[in-house]
Design a binder for this molecule. Sequence first.
Ligand SMILES: Nc1ncnc2c1ncn2[C@@H]1O[C@H](COP(=O)(O)OP(=O)(O)OP(=O)(O)O)[C@@H](O)[C@H]1O
Ligand SMILES: [Mg+2]
Length: 356
Amino acid sequence: MAAGVLEGSVSNILEQESLKWVFVGGKGGVGKTTCSSIISILLAQVRQSVLVISTDPAHNLSDAFQQRFTKIPTLVNGFSNLYAMEVDPKVEGDELSGEGLDGFLSELTNAIPGVDEAMSFAEMLKLVQTMDYSVIVFDTAPTGHTLRLLQFPSTLEKGLEKVMSLKNRFGGLLTQATRLFGLGDEFNEDVMLGRLEGMKDLIEHVNKQFKDPDLTTFVCVCIPEFLSLYETERLVQELAKFEIDAHNIIINQVIFDEEAVDSKLLKARIKMQQKYIDQFYMLYDDFNITKLPLLPHEVCGVEALKNFSQHFISPYKPSHVRGTVEELQQRISTLRSQLEEAKLELERLQKGKQIA
Ligand SMILES: Nc1ncnc2c1ncn2[C@@H]1O[C@H](COP(=O)(O)OP(=O)(O)OP(=O)(O)O)[C@@H](O)[C@H]1O
Ligand SMILES: [Mg+2]
């Protein structure tokens, strides 16, 4: 297996100062929320201000950070420049329906599937853009949903074309329809179309940013199993189709061949995982591939996230006892660097205590 010339870490993301949007996505349960939380913690160390957003209706940033978040960006406990928010792209921020256009809008959304979601996503982006964060990390919902979000600009464009052609064909009929729904003159078709147009401009603007690799990147999270490999390939291809940059893969839940592994079952799993890990390296030799160890416990709360974050920066090295002199030397150097990290962490904690 080639270790690859690329660094096995996410350091490249931290070094890319121009980055504005970081999407983190992958199959259900592989560790998207854990990874996006940690990436945002790491970014907060090098960037002025960071916002992490969950667009997953299951909302689990709150679980990861052990703090309740809402659709309003909230400072994460223990940080001065890291904010989190949780939105549901299906129901949140739909100001149009909130202003009495319900009937008409639902007619419209029936005609153009996805337009309501597109509009609330656009609203959310608009809001976020005015807030001036240096970088925004998205903890996205499982694969299909994310790709739909990224398709919204074209969905909306198609929808608008449809409405325009309807308008041209039926002339004043839409106006009559709005009257019929009792919406009054202020909600006539021109107002409606004006708003859709405005939304379209905004979403086009955002879409341009999403397609700019200087500004946007997508981090694919997966686990070393067949289905996940398959899904990752699908995701990578879809992203290429949408012209969205991706050059990081995080392989989570890797069981390393530690001294402690004596179980036959685990050994078999390790072998199976290795097969898929090799395939990841073969398929994605131009990606930064970061491997994360499977822990015996969950990654919950800021401390646990911070602890786990070291593996995002320096590749995890298992602790072998058996083996060659080189392996022992490697182990000693790993232990040394872990000790150094622990010392630094301790110093940081003690400093924090003094301040507090
Ligand atoms: N390497 C790991 N070792 C042990 N537990 C982990 C590891 N990575 C993540 N977990 C735990 O696994 C669970 C699922 O992780 P996480 O919530 O990050 O996945 P997800 O991809 O966001 O899931 P969902 O698709 O449901 O949103 C969490 O309880 C998390 O703490
Ligand atoms: Mg999640």
